[in-house]
Unconditional design. Structure first.
Lengths: 362, 362
């Protein structure tokens, strides 16, 4: 067991921004929210999933919607409690611990806010080992966990509880509800027992994010190369061990819009030799292509980092002219199984490219 | 107490079609559904609101959406039970009786279906004394009853439970959810106690619909004039006593579309002297104008009847070339109060015309 205190939050936020692969919402806002929550409600216990009792109720929480909107329409913290209570009422049980459905950006931080507010522990793990844009795209679903009841709440205090016959209906209905709430809302869903969490969670990802953030900060403090620190550390992890620097350049083209509740678009990056890569995103970076050929593709991670500071840049923070470095990182093996690829692989995003692990790409 | 049996259903459906003022959904489908439900589950007891215990739970149920869609996407009956169970779970109490939120068309019939399926009595009354297109437009709301929890279910078995801070948020969110479910869904909402129903219901409207249907049928059977029968009977009622024939003619223009979950448009009717009236609708007929001047306006009722049979024609069943008679009918006095007019008067529909009771119009 570890304790998340105010001094730890910035590091976790930085690491979660990297693992968010461009999505999951603005990590800076998430950092401020967690710091405020810990200041008001005290630090949060981080527990291993194995320490959770088998019959205890574990509830994932996140923002759903367009990250571009979340930046301007901040959660106040109370809406997560409303959504959690709605799930608890529907399930007939009080939550024992909170877990992140995705360890990406803001959505890695909001579970800590809720845990602090309710005085509950946070489970060290998540349902993706990164971030994805849609509700079905979590290991909880891949392992057969029902998404229902899904509670969706807004900053006004409105709360909608959704029970559906399948996860796709939950995504479809939930997305409409989120759009009606202003394209960003807080959700609690996939309520599960401790036993179920042990079976389906991607383990240890909060500590991984924390460590990534820590070593980037230390490298900067010591005037060392943060990229080197990162590319030295990731290969020592179980999940992210295949990684490499893909491209250095400047953003020369950026098409981005908010469509159907997502931040979607393409960014083009050019280097001094006039070579280019393009990266498509739907909340998250999905595929990087060079000369039309994929060089890294979902579920493997793409990170776009500021080329000076190595700060991860989310899709909604991309700007024309930014100098960036693009890094490709292997997804946790749990996401690369055949069953998982059906839900989070290239075809799930409408691409015809087959999935090819980054370590097997040229 | 009265019993609704299969032989009674057609008359109630006809009367409800008239009181639906063009909306509330296809009464023929409602009739078939009630007949099938009574055949399978037995007749339904119709009880006066005064006979309901003060602390008993009364639940209104209806279809929400575009009547044009309801005609093609029939409820199967089971979705109403799912919505009712969701409300019961949220309230923590079993329903004692069912009530119609509106005594119009299909929506006057679906509460009988649910009452039959669950073996519950139907309260003789409703929340409008007619039909209206939006959730806030009921006496339950006008008298301060909360709409939450609002449960919305579809024919697949999906169910969404909405708790909002105000009724307008429920309408806005509910409408989006209904659109996402395919523009027609079953709802249960405004759960209330017997004491609250006694305060806010428009009483006796099931029997009124029933009697209207009966006398139209008898007039036809006896080769008598059904319009005369209708215009002789309505003045003897407490609610609908001011009524008159407004226009006879043929439908010469019809603009109708499904927009944001409503059936909206305008119908123009011309008589042999080339005079015209136009009637605007949003699910229900809202205002009839002659030479630009309103001759009857919400909440007073407008009915368009087949000029031969006096069968009420709903807005989605209007056809070019139909020969029709238009009748104006006073709304129940409860809808004409200042508080009610704010919710169901001309301004609530975006008209600048003031409300003027039909009996005071030329």
């Amino acid at each position: 067991m570890k304790r998340i205190d105010i001094a730890d939050v910035a590091d976790i936020a930085t690491g979660a921004a990297l693992l968010g692969a461009g999505g999951g919402g603005d990590p800076y806002i998430g950092r401020l929210m967690v710091e405020e929550a810990i200041r008001a409600f005290g630090p949060v216990q981080l527990v291993d999933v194995d320490s959770v009792p088998d019959e205890a109720l574990i509830v994932p929480t996140a923002m759903m919607g367009a990250p571009s909107v979340m930046v301007e329409k901040l959660p106040n913290g109370a809406e997560a409690e409303i959504a959690l209570e709605a799930v608890e009422t529907a399930v007939g049980k009080r939550a024992h611990a909170i877990i992140a459905p995705e360890i990406g950006g803001l959505n890695a931080m909001l579970p800590i806010v809720l845990a602090a507010r309710r005085g509950l522990p946070l489970v060290d793990g998540d349902g993706m080992g990164r971030a994805f844009p849609e509700l079905p795209m979590v290991t909880f679903n891949i392992f057969g966990q029902s998404i229902s009841p899904l509670a969706i709440s807004d900053e006004l205090g409105n709360c909608v509880t959704v029970r559906t016959v399948d996860v796709d209906s939950a995504e479809r209905l939930g997305r409409q509800i989120v759009v009606a709430m202003g394209a960003a809302a807080q959700i609690c869903c996939y309520p599960m027992t401790g036993a179920e969490a042990k079976r389906s969670a991607v383990r240890g990802t909060v500590r991984l994010a924390w460590e990534i953030g820590r070593l980037l900060r230390v490298a900067r403090e010591q005037m060392a190369d943060p990229f080197e620190a990162l590319l030295t550390y990731l290969p020592t992890t179980d999940y992210y061990k295949h990684c490499r620097s893909l491209f250095d350049g400047r953003i020369v083209d950026l098409r981005r819009e908010i469509a159907q509740g997502f931040t979607v678009g393409t960014v083009e990056i050019e280097n001094t030799a006039q070579a280019r890569i393009s990266i498509q995103f739907r909340n998250e970076y999905l595929v990087a292509r060079q000369a039309g050929k994929a060089i890294v593709i979902v579920p493997d991670l793409i990170a776009i980092l500021d080329s000076e500071t190595a700060s991860p840049i989310t899709a909604e923070a991309l700007k024309y002219g930014q100098r960036v470095r693009v890094i490709g990182i292997s997804a946790p093996p749990i996401l690369r199984s055949e069953a998982a690829l059906r839900v989070v692989g290239p075809q799930a995003f409408g691409f015809t490219d087959p999935f090819q692990p980054i370590e097997e790409m040229a």
